[in-house]
Design a protein around this ligand. Sequence first.
Ligand code: HEC
Length: 401
Amino acid sequence: MEVAIGDWLSLAIRWAHIITGIAWIGSSFYFVWLDSHLEPAPEHKKGVEGDIWMVHSGGFYEVNKITVVPKVMPEKLHWFVWEATFTWITGALLMVVVYYFGAEMFMVDKNVADISPMAAVAIGVGTIAVAWFAYDYFWATGFADENEPAANALFVIVLVGLAIFFTQVLSGRAAFVHTGALMGTLMAANVWRRIIPAQRALIAARTAGTDPDPAFGKKAKQRSMHNNYMTLPVIFCMFSAHYPMTFTGEYNWLILLALFAVGAAIRHYFNLSHLGRGREGMAWAAGAGMLFVVVAIFTSGAFTQQDLDAKGAKKVAFLEVHKVVSKHCVSCHATTPSNRAYDEPPKGVVLQGPAQIQQWAKKIKIQAVDTHAMPLGNTTKMTAAERRILGIWVLQGARLD
Ligand code: HEC
C-alpha cells in the first residue's frame, strides 16, 4: 500500500485545528458564562466587582472579577490569544491542503460558474482579506459607534451578501467552508487587532495612573459580541462538508442562511439564559428548532418527487449502471485510481466491480443522485439523465441483473 502522505498531513492538521478550536471556543464560552453568573461582591472585598464560587473536579474555585488594574501586577497574567491564533493558522493550512491543492475538484463547479481553479482560490482568499479590512474600517467609524443597531443590521446584510456571492461562484462545498473561514478570520483578527490591544491599553493607562479611553473598551466589547454570535454558524460551516444535502442544491444559499439563523438563535438562547432570562431564551431556542425542522423538510421534499418518478419507471438494467459508474466514478474510486490526485480510493470507496457498486448503492444515491456532491466538482460532466439511471436502479432494489 502506498502511504497517502496527503491524507496523514490533513489528518494531523485537522486534529490540531479541532484541539485549538475547542480551546478557543471553550474558553470564550466559559468567560461569557462566568461574566453573567457573577454575584455582587461582599462589602469587605474592596475593588471587587463581582465574585463566584464553583466546584469542579475535586476542588472549590473562587473567582473575583476586578475591573481596576491591580496595584501590584501579578507575576503571571494569563492572556487568551494563542487559542485563536493557532485555530486560525491550522484552519488556513487545512484550507490549503484540502481545498487549494485539489482546487479543480473542490473549489470549482462548472454548473455554478465556469471559472479556473486559480480564479476560485483567488476569489476565496481575496474576499476574506477584503472583508476583514472593510469590516475593521467600518466598525472604527463614528457611524458604527453612534448607530450600533443599524451598524449591526448592515453587518448582517453584508455577511449574507458575501455568503450568497460565494455560492454563486464556488462549488457549494467550497462556498460553505469559505463563508465559515471568512467569519472565523474576522473573529481571530478581532482578537488580535481589537480585543487584546484594548486590554493592553487598559493596563497601560492604569499603570500610568490615568483612566483608559473608554472608546477602547467599547470597541473591544462590540467585537466580542460579534465573535459570540458568529461562533455557532462558523462551526456549522466547518462540518457542513459531511452533509451534501445542505450545500449541493440550487437553493444552498438559503439553507446556509437558515442554518446561520439557527446557530445565532441558539447562541442568543444561551446568552439570555445566562442572564437569568431563560424563558425568553426558550422562545429563541424553540424558534431555532422549528426553523431547523422546516429546512430539513424543505430539502428532503426535493427527493420525494424523484422517488415517486422511480415507481413508474421501467426496469434499469445493471449494465447501464455499470457503464455510468465506470465513466464517472472509477477514475477516482478504484483500487489504484487513474486520477493522479489520488494514491488510494477516496474514503476507501471502490466502485469497480458489480459487487462493490451494489455494496455502496445507498451511498451512491445520496452522493450522486439526491445531491450532486459526486462526481467531485462534476469534473466528468455527469448529466441529469445519468443520475436518474443510478437513482432508479437503487430504488428498484439495486439488483445485479
Ligand atoms: C474526481 C474524483 C472523484 C470522482 C470522479 C468521484 N468521486 Fe466520490 N469521492 C471523491 C473524494 C475526494 C471523496 C471524499 C470526499 C470527502 O473528503 O468528503 C469521495 C467520496 C465518495 C463517497 C463517500 C462519501 C461519504 O463520505 O460518505 C461516495 C459514496 C462517493 N464518493 C461516490 C461517488 C460516485 C457514485 C461517483 C460517480 C458518480 C464518484 N464518487 C465520483 C472523489 C471522486
